[in-house]
Design a protein around this ligand. Structure first.
Ligand code: SF4
Length: 199
């Protein structure tokens, strides 16, 4: 059996991250690490090392669904693994991310006021004001936190739902970060092959 490494426990970080968002919404910014690191590793390392070793969320689904047997463990539906669904979901997710950045810009420019709420599943507005003290930071910094935390919580809820229904890591088949890193790695490897063929 392989000896455990420090990064095998990153599922704990995932729990801590979501818990912190219940106390101070500004901690939501730390989620940008999970957003940027996979992309950086894919671009410069040409690998999915983040997915395979560093993703606390993937580990959490594996733990809950696998070890704790909370998953029905049914096969992930074919449509969920299909290219059209993965890329459509990525497009949808990035559109929502772009909308969240736009809302942040509106607040930064003074066109809109700070909304101390998060949106779950892109539709349900949940008041979340107790996690923020007005004036603690610039309103746009707080707006981004509310928006980003809502997005992170939404993807966690979807991931947990598919974990319960299908294989523990079914979320990984259409996770936007996984789709993006896979696309980057493919492009990088294709470029390497072309360069090798030309040299
Ligand atoms: S596909 Fe997404 S959730 Fe799964 S390991 Fe990769 S980044 Fe994490």
């Amino acid at each position: 059996m392989r000896t455990k490494k420090w990064y095998d426990y990153l599922w704990i970080w995932s729990i801590i991250y979501f818990a912190m968002g219940f106390f101070n919404i500004l901690f939501a910014w730390l989620g940008m690490i999970d957003f940027l690191l996979p992309l950086l590793i894919a671009v410069f390392g040409k690998s999915k090392w983040f997915c395979n070793h560093l993703c606390g969320r993937g580990q959490l689904f594996a733990l809950l669904g696998g070890k704790l047997k909370l998953s029905r463990n049914k096969p992930t539906p074919k449509w969920m693994v299909s290219k059209w669904f993965r890329y459509s979901f990525l497009l949808f997710f990035m559109t929502m991310f772009g909308n969240m950045v736009f809302q942040t810009w509106l607040v930064a420019s003074g066109t809109a006021g700070l909304r101390e709420a998060i949106k779950l599943l892109w539709t349900i507005r949940v008041p979340w004001g107790w996690t923020y003290t007005a004036g603690a930071v610039s309103p746009w910094i707080a707006q981004f936190s509310f928006g980003f935390y809502g997005l992170m919580l939404t993807s966690l809820i979807i991931g947990l739902a598919v974990m319960l229904l299908y294989k523990p890591r079914s979320w990984c088949t259409f996770c936007p970060m996984g789709t993006m890193t896979q696309g980057i790695c493919r492009l990088e490897n294709r470029r390497d092959n072309i360069e090798r063929a030309q040299s």
